[in-house]
Design a protein around this ligand. Structure first.
Ligand SMILES: [Fe+2]
Ligand SMILES: [Fe+2]
Length: 327
């Protein structure tokens, strides 16, 4: 019996081949692939192209029916409690214990673009008492299920890049497309009573374009260059230029994306639905909140782990070259 399921990325309806769709007189065992191109979602009328196989998408609230996107998880010892100090950069705390990301998200502490800031300064920025936050972090490190991932400060750069591509770039492309359809729909239907949602749709459309271009630059230029640099142990990158400039450009683009996410959060009252929000409106806000935390993790792994490791290789190689030149 067929058990393939495809989900509408706009309204979360699931087309189950084992069941078909009685409302549209589609018999069980009708494969999704063979449905006519003009077929529409029976719940929200979206086109067939808005569907994805259930195993490819992570949708908020649907984890029980959709297999979450495969994340690489390996056991690594997590030893963070003894190292939490006021001076610890927040990005480093997350590197020590990835479970802290959930805690920082909850308190609005920026650990990706603001990852170099000390815990004390990050708390001051959010008007939080650093002593209380440190106590809570200690409790978190004792009680929270550790997020088991490889220690990305020790794997090869190539492994880290493969992880970023599989766990962030590929799902991000799907999410950008899915959320854009939602922002357009909510702006169209609720734009009169909620003009801020028209702004949200405009900002998200721009952010989608920028992120797609950004990922393309990383995938076509920066990441292959880093892999080659690691393989050759050379500071040279691509056509003989250094790696510092492309990394600076990518970091700047991360900051721009971070600002756009802040604006989206402010416009939507921290992603809280208004009393008159319909289901699509609520799904959109939940999706945006989820999108923001995935972006924070994605940028954290590039800004605070991948890029500093590349810059270290580059400067070591430059130092070695200049000492050869002097001797
Ligand atoms: Fe990326
Ligand atoms: Fe990036």
């Amino acid at each position: 019996m067929s058990n393939a399921k495809n989900i509408c990325t706009v309204c979360n309806y699931i087309y189950d081949e084992a069941v078909g769709e009685p409302r549209q007189h589609i018999a069980p065992l009708q494969s999704f692939e063979d449905l006519p191109e003009e077929w529409n979602c029976p719940d929200c009328n979206s086109k067939k192209e808005m569907f994805q196989p259930c195993s490819c998408v992570r949708l908020p609230g649907l984890e029980q029916v959709c297999e979450p996107h495969k994340k690489i998880k390996l056991n690594v010892p997590i030893d963070s409690k003894s190292k939490i100090t006021k001076e610890s950069p927040v990005g480093e705390l997350v590197i020590m214990n990835p479970a802290f990301t959930q805690f920082f998200e909850q308190y609005g502490i920026d650990y990706c673009c603001g990852g170099k800031i000390s815990l004390a300064d990050a708390c001051q920025k959010r008007h939080l008492d650093v002593e209380t936050i440190m106590q809570k972090l200690n409790i978190v490190s004792e009680k929270l299920e550790p997020v088991l991932e490889p220690d990305w400060t020790r794997t090869s750069l190539k492994e880290l890049i493969d992880h970023i591509l599989a766990c962030y770039h590929d799902p991000l492309r799907l999410e950008l497309k899915r959320i854009l359809a939602l922002t357009d729909k909510v702006a169209r239907v609720h734009g009169n009573s909620h003009p801020e949602m028209i702004k949200v749709a405009e900002i998200f459309a721009r952010l989608k374009e920028q992120l797609e271009l950004h990922m393309q630059k990383e995938e076509l230029i920066l990441f292959p260059g880093i892999a080659a640099m690691e393989a050759n142990k050379s500071a040279m990158f691509g056509c003989g230029a250094g790696i510092e400039h492309p990394i600076a450009v990518m970091t700047m683009e991360h900051e721009d994306a971070g600002e756009a996410l802040c604006t989206l959060r402010n416009l939507t009252n921290d992603y809280n639905p208004p009393p008159d929000a319909c289901t699509t409106f609520k799904v959109l806000l939940k999706s945006l909140a989820n999108f923001e935390s995935e972006m924070h993790l994605h940028v954290h792994k590039e800004n605070n782990i991948l890029f500093p490791r590349c810059l270290k290789i580059s400067s070591a190689s430059n130092e070695a070259k200049s000492s050869i030149a002097i001797s």
